[in-house]
Design a protein around this ligand. Structure first.
Ligand SMILES: Nc1nc2c(ncn2[C@@H]2O[C@H](COP(=O)(O)OP(=O)(O)O)[C@@H](O)[C@H]2O)c(=O)[nH]1
Ligand SMILES: [Mg+2]
Ligand SMILES: [Zn+2]
Length: 290
């Protein structure tokens, strides 16, 4: 059977990619089906239009909080979550860690790009070292120096990767380097007169040269995590999760409990103070959804 993949969705229609032929078509979907970018679907030809009749089970979904703190699905079947931060606009305090919590909980491989190093080469030195020491893949880049993205291209080979981060950090510019072409929507270039493009929908692109896919998502000022338990948040901090097995209480949240191995590890500088404080703030931020 033919494989189709959702490129983007509108209210009742979706752009889908015929994976083998590499051509796009527009099709309708019934209200009860809720396809999202990255889903694999089956189509049915009804008189003179295409209709989605089945969404295939996805292996994972990248999500964020809606305005009520519920999980809102953004894209399906995503292997890599490429977090892009830049010297300008500077990331908000816990942004990287919130994305990492999502990556671990949604079972995506996180990669951190510290972009715009042409503006300030050493701006992210300490930050990058912290994440490298934790075992994350990181890159220091700028889009004027395309070969800095060779390593990233290698990671994206045969995979589906989503670019996430604040608006203006360079996600679309990096996507263009990876694709080797300008980003286009329905044949119209997104470049505005100012020479910058604004991404307004989550959209999938096939990367022919490496047989992968990339998903460009609209920038969000603050990435919000949906309502989660302390344990799920800890799951996004591997160094905290590792220590947690030594805590006295198996349901320890590492906030106020006695004989907490995590707190001891922070005191002994085995867990970075900055990361622990960030963990506490993320735990605390869940109050907002109550
Ligand atoms: N100096 C500098 N500017 C960059 C770099 N990457 C992107 N930009 C610029 O930052 C602006 C926002 O880029 P864009 O790719 O649209 O960001 P997005 O909103 O994350 O998709 C554009 O004017 C880009 O030309 C970089 O590495 N260095
Ligand atoms: Mg963009
Ligand atoms: Zn604990």
């Amino acid at each position: 059977m033919k494989r189709y993949r959702i490129v983007s969705t509108q209210k009742q229609t979706a752009q889908v990619l015929d994976v083998r032929e590499n051509i796009e078509l527009t099709c309708f979907f019934p209200r009860k089906l809720k396809p999202i970018c990255g889903d694999f679907v089956s189509l049915e030809n009804k008189i003179d239009e295409w209709v989605i009749n089945e969404i295939h089970p996805s292996h994972n979904v990248f999500a964020r909080a809606n305005h009520k703190g519920q999980k809102q699905q953004i894209a399906a079947n995503v292997d890599n979550q490429i977090i892009v931060v830049a010297v300008e606009p500077e990331p908000t305090r816990d942004l990287i860690n919130r994305y990492l919590v999502a990556a671990h909980n949604c079972e995506m491989q996180p990669i951190i790009i510290f972009n715009k190093n042409d503006i300030n080469e050493h701006f992210f030195d300490e930050e990058q070292r912290i994440y490298q020491d934790l075992g994350y893949k990181t890159f220091s880049t700028n889009t004027k120096n395309q070969n800095q993205f060779d390593g990233l291209l290698e990671i994206m080979k045969d995979k589906t990767s989503i670019f996430v981060g604040m608006s203006g950090v360079g996600k679309s510019s990096i996507s263009e380097i990876i694709l080797g072409q300008e980003l286009k929507t329905g044949g119209i270039s997104k470049k505005t007169g100012k020479g910058s493009h604004v991404t307004s929908v989550t959209q999938l692109f096939k990367i022919d040269k490496i047989d992968g896919y990339l998903i460009d998502s609209p920038g969000v000022w603050e990435y919000g995590l949906w309502k989660m338990e302390a344990q799920e948040i800890a799951h996004g901090f591997p160094e905290i999760e590792k220590e947690s097995h030594q805590c006295k209480f198996s349901n320890c949240t590492h906030t106020h409990e006695p004989k907490c191995a995590v707190k001891t590890a922070v005191e002994n500088n085995q867990i970075h103070q900055k990361r622990y404080q960030s963990y506490l703030r993320i735990i605390d931020s869940m109050k907002y959804w109550e």
